[in-house]
Write a protein of this length. Structure first.
Length: 214
């Protein structure tokens, strides 16, 4: 599946970005409130205040729209540039920024509701689960894997398996708190408590991958 669903493409003049944003916002609202099967392209068009033709001119079908909506939600908190390693910026600072964005993303109401929806639909439509995984978790894992490979090359940390390290990083950030949220028996960790959790995870990660000579 293409990873360029969040960017307009095709011949002719650029698409109207305001309308595109309205369509994505409408899709997120409807997919979460009505579910995937009960959300039609007509309904998205009405919610967004555009024609159905406009919706199809931006997104070829409902699967593409769903994928793009997931990508858009992820990029609100974790833009692609978060996974870069700028010159002069400490690795720990980069990891902290990613950790804060990810922690806020996974504990948001939209994210929790979307994960609950996917748990319900996953057994019914594995293809839809794959679309969600590739648009959301897989994109972030791939970005983090690329970043950690660069960190390894820099010598600041020793990470011989960047994909595994990326998975460890995000799983530690989710922790038990996110499970409690998904199960409906806990409140989101915010404020100073969230910052303490993020810093603890990044500290553990940095120590785990310290070069032996350090």
């Amino acid at each position: 599946m293409s990873n360029n669903l969040s960017t307009p493409s095709g011949p002719g003049r650029p698409k109207d970005l305001a309308k595109r944003r309205a369509i994505l916002d409408a899709a997120k609202i409807l997919f979460l409130s009505k579910g995937y099967a009960n959300t039609s392209m007509d309904a998205v068009a009405t919610e967004a205040g555009v024609s159905k033709l406009t919706v199809y001119s931006h997104f070829n079908d409902k699967e593409t729209l769903f994928s793009a909506a997931v990508v858009a939600k992820c990029e609100e908190q974790l833009p692609p540039l978060f996974f870069e390693l700028p010159d002069g910026i400490a690795v720990e600072t980069v990891l902290l920024n990613i950790a804060r964005g990810f922690h806020q993303l996974i504990n948001s109401v939209e994210s929790v509701n979307l994960h609950r929806l996917m748990m319900t639909l996953g057994s019914q439509d594995p293809k839809l689960s794959l679309i969600f995984f590739e648009a959301g978790p897989e994109r972030m894992l791939h970005g983090m894997e690329r970043l950690l490979a660069k960190v390894n090359q820099s010598g600041v940390l020793s990470i011989d398996k960047p994909r595994n390290a990326a998975e460890h990083f995000f799983c530690m950030l989710k922790g038990a708190g996110n499970f409690r949220l998904l199960y409906g028996c806990g409140e989101p960790v915010i404020g100073d408590e969230a910052e303490a959790h993020v810093r603890e995870v990044v500290g553990l990660f940095m120590r785990a991958y310290q070069p032996e000579s350090a």
